[in-house]
Design a protein around this ligand. Structure first.
Ligand code: ADP
Length: 829
């Protein structure tokens, strides 16, 4: 045999087959037998094999470690043309080449000449000859010898055996087919096997088996059992290959399908191009197309619509993308681009409408009329003010907005900004998001259907900013007339002109309006109503509208003044009229119930009847104190829900001169307290306060209702008064409230929100009020009856505050043991 023909040989089925065929004809025939003893056994040298399992009639290449004994054995056998015995260690036995740890069956084989092409790994071909049972192992001169007995293959003509052989051949054929091995010769060769054992060996060597299974096959001396084993292994292999094939065809067919679809789509679009407008037959698309044509889109939007329409036509109808495209086009078609209502800028009409819907609110109404006058004179003013109505809930902001829309004959919509913290809520999500839509501005535009509605953006002070982008800056783009003619919505992608829309914003307080927005806004204050005004609003508006709402139109029911007054004072606590309206509604609902029961309705609702309709009185006028107290004075604060009276308490106790302020007090108010204390210190001589007094005592200022955060300088004079009262031990007059900032030298500075504060004082039953002299003009905003209900004193200096506030002239009369004693000794001196 010429080794060069075979090296190097990839060990595949084909090569093995060639080799084994060759082996049958030459090497095996040329081999000399060992000397056989009487019992049929013979002795031959042993080569321990590890990773390779030889079968009779097959050839397997094996590479050797150049220093191993195997080289010597192979060379010896080659030269003498004899065989070797391949033995296997029992994998279950412990390691080491103890002779007893050998598997009971081995293989007699013929080695070829060594090929030394790779000196690091010389190779030889090993040709299996026959199975041998290992009877005995012995060692001579370092070589292991085995006495073995050849195992005969038994022929069998039993039907079962034949059937089994035929089945295996059939399966082997299937296996070769699945393996994509077109070597019919291999199958022919297998068919030539005469015994089940031979067939098993041939197929077994051809299969891609685990070493463990190969060894099992070698060890199985009985041919039929061996073929049974092969049949099982074969069918497992076939299963695996079939599964592989199935997966493969699946992948393939998917690829084929998408290729086919692509191809078809291309063909369709080519054909459509040929015909001009292929899918125009689709009625939905036709309708959309017509709608878009009628929508009067501006150039940029028109181009986008055309592009997307073309895409839509070339798409399979049921693809998800076509749904998204249709949706987009629908939005383009539905948004108002040109449709508008005719403005009514007749100022007299507007004035009449506003007056007929709203009591008071003179300032706001005047400003609106001015605004309309400018509009009618100069319709295309580029820089328009952004109006912002600021005031407590229920002060008529939204309803005034609605009336303006009525007066101007514009459509009206409201949009609350409370809790909006994501820019996308204003501007929408990009179309790439699933389920994306335009933002709320464009949604509102679609709802009103014209380009020039009046939109109220409520609660602009409740806008939140967080990681989701800045809604305030998006809103600025909406409101600012220099930017909003090309508002960019993420979904729409093309600019949308908002410049014809009139936006009015509302807020409860200016404090939390994002500064960038506040900067551009023109604030119109809604200051809240005095009790008298509330009663007028009730008579003119709330009662008639609630009567109508509760089906009592035309009934002669009258609320007495006392009753309305009692509802305002006992059942509501607010600057606006929202809960007032609700309580009136409650009374009327109860009457409606009576009416349906056929009972007689009372002609008058009196104060005494209220508990039966509304339950017990809920609020009691928060009079500052019931008697004149030391160290307690009443400030009037301004909050989001209007004004509020706010007692300030001061306690003086032995300590080290510390000032403590509690009750959720903001920084400005803390500084104001410091200033008040410093003022008092500076006056200690005047008030005969001993020098070291401020070092020996601690001062605690507390502003109750600790849960409500408070800030601002306007409680300055109140804190100074309470401190002075506490230190000097002189009580403060009850029924006195005050507001004003204090400077270190005791000057009283003006403050804001006078109207709300006065109204709050009136609500709380305050009889006298101290106001900074510079705020006197603010009282003009108040109705005469409110001004008359309270006695106002205007102050410029803290001395005046003390004069009005303390029940007696400040003299040193504080009961302070330490000081008193000292004073006495001084006197004694
Ligand atoms: P806001 O928007 O300031 O919270 P609304 O406009 O919703 O207040 O007003 C609450 C209710 O009070 C509405 O029914 C409104 O008609 C009524 N109202 C408020 N102020 C007036 C007013 N000056 N004249 C007539 N009704 C008023």
């Amino acid at each position: 045999m010429n080794d060069e023909d075979f090296f190097p040989f990839p060990l595949n089925l084909e090569n093995q087959f060639k080799l084994s065929k060759f082996a049958n004809f030459e090497e095996l025939n040329a081999v000399k037998n060992h000397k056989v003893s009487k019992d049929g056994s013979f002795t031959a040298p042993v080569l321990f094999l590890q990773n390779v399992v030889l079968f009779p009639s097959t050839i397997t290449p094996l590479s050797f470690n150049p220093k191993s004994q195997g080289i010597q054995l192979v060379t010896g056998a080659q030269e003498q043309k004899t065989t070797l015995i391949g033995c296997y260690e029992d994998p279950a036995a412990e390691t080491g080449k103890a002779l007893s740890k050998c598997l009971p069956v081995g293989i007699e084989f013929v080695p070829s000449r060594l090929n030394n092409e790779d000196p690091g790994a010389p190779m030889a071909l090993l040709q299996g000859r026959r199975r041998v049972r290992i009877l005995e192992l012995s060692e001579t001169q370092g070589l292991v010898f085995a006495r073995v007995e050849p195992l005969k293959e038994v022929r069998s003509s039993a039907k079962e055996t034949k059937a089994l052989m035929r089945l295996c051949l059939k399966q082997f054929g299937r296996y070769l087919e699945l393996e994509d091995n077109s070597q019919d010769e291999i199958l022919v060769f297998a068919e030539e096997a005469e015994t089940p054992g031979e067939l098993a060996d041939f197929i077994g060597s051809a299969l891609d088996l685990e070493q463990e299974d190969r060894l099992k096959l070698l060890l199985e001396a009985d041919g039929i059992s061996r073929l049974n084993l092969v049949a099982r292994l074969l069918s497992a292999e076939i299963n695996l290959l079939e599964l592989e094939e199935h997966i493969q065809t699946q992948v393939q067919s998917e690829m084929d399908r998408s290729q086919r679809e692509n191809y078809l789509r291309e063909q369709i679009s080519k054909m459509q191009k040929e015909i001009g407008d292929g899918k125009s037959a689709d009625p939905e698309i036709l309708e959309l197309q017509e709608k878009l044509a009628a929508a009067g889109l501006p150039t940029e939007a028109r181009a986008a619509a055309d592009k997307e329409l073309a895409r839509l036509r070339s798409m399979p109808t049921l693809s998800p993308e076509s749904g998204m495209l249709e949706n987009y086009l629908q939005w383009l078609a539905d948004l108002p681009w040109n449709a508008k209502t005719e403005d009514n800028l007749d100022i007299n009409n507007a004035s009449a409408v506003l007056d007929s819907n709203h009591y008071g609110l003179k300032k706001a109404k005047d400003r609106i009329l001015e605004f309309m006058a400018v509009r009618s004179l100069k319709p295309t003013r580029s820089h328009q003010p952004i109006l912002c109505f600021v005031g407590a809930p229920g002060t008529g902001k939204t309803s005034l907005g609605r009336s303006i829309a009525t007066a101007m004959a514009r459509r009206f919509a409201r949009m609350s900004l409370g809790g909006v913290h994501d820019e996308a809520e204003i501007r929408g999500h990009r179309r790439t998001y699933i389920g994306s839509m335009p933002g709320r501005i464009l949604q509102t535009m679609k709802k009103v259907g014209v380009v020039n509605p009046l939109i109220m953006l409520d609660e602009i002070d409740k806008l939140n900013a967080d990681f989701q982008g800045d809604p305030a800056s998006a809103l600025l783009e909406v409101l600012d007339s220099e930017q909003n003619f090309e508002f960019a919505d993420h979904y729409l992608e093309v600019p949308y002109d908002l410049s014809k829309t009139l936006f009015i914003t509302t807020a409860n307080s200016t404090q939390n309006i994002p500064p960038a927005l506040l900067d551009r806004m023109e604030l119109i204050e809604f200051p809240g109503y005095a009790a008298q005004e509330k009663m007028a609003i009730a008579r003119q508006f709330l009662i008639p509208s609630q009567m109508a709402e509760n089906g009592l139109e035309g009934e002669a029911i009258e609320f007495t003044d006392d009753a309305l007054q009692a509802i305002i004072e006992g059942y509501t606590y607010e600057a606006g009229v929202r809960s007032f309206e609700r309580q009136i509604g409650t009374v009327l609902r109860k009457l409606a119930l009576k009416k349906t029961k056929g009972q007689v309705l009372p002609a008058k609702i009196k104060k005494e009847d209220l508990p039966t309709y509304l339950g017990p009185v809920e609020y009691f006028p928060l009079v500052a104190e019931l008697k004149d107290e030391i160290g307690v004075a009443t400030a009037v604060a301004w909050t989001e829900s209007g004004g509020e009276i706010m007692p300030v308490e001061v306690l003086v106790m032995p300590g080290k001169g510390n000032l403590q302020i509690t009750g959720q007090i903001g920084e400005v108010m803390q500084e104001s307290a410091q200033a008040a204390l410093s003022y008092l210190k500076s006056k200690s001589e005047l008030f005969l306060i001993p020098d070291d007094f401020f070092e020996d005592y601690d001062f605690h200022i507390h502003v109750p209702e600790g849960a409500i955060p408070k800030d601002g300088p306007s409680a300055g004079i109140t804190m100074a008064l309470a401190l002075t009262s506490a230190v000097l031990g002189v009580p403060v007059r009850r029924e006195l409230a005050m507001t004003g900032e204090i400077t270190l030298r005791g000057k009283v500075l003006p403050i804001g929100g006078v109207r709300e504060k006065v109204l709050a004082a009136q609500r709380s039953g305050i009889k006298t009020m101290l106001l900074p002299a510079k705020n006197e003009k603010d009282l003009e905003e108040l109705q005469a009856n409110v001004r008359e209900a309270i006695e106002f004193h205007f102050v410029e200096q803290m001395d005046e505050v003390l004069d009005y506030g303390l029940v007696s002239k400040p003299i040193f009369s504080r009961v302070m043991p330490k000081q008193r004693k000292r004073k006495k000794t001084e006197e004694e001196d």
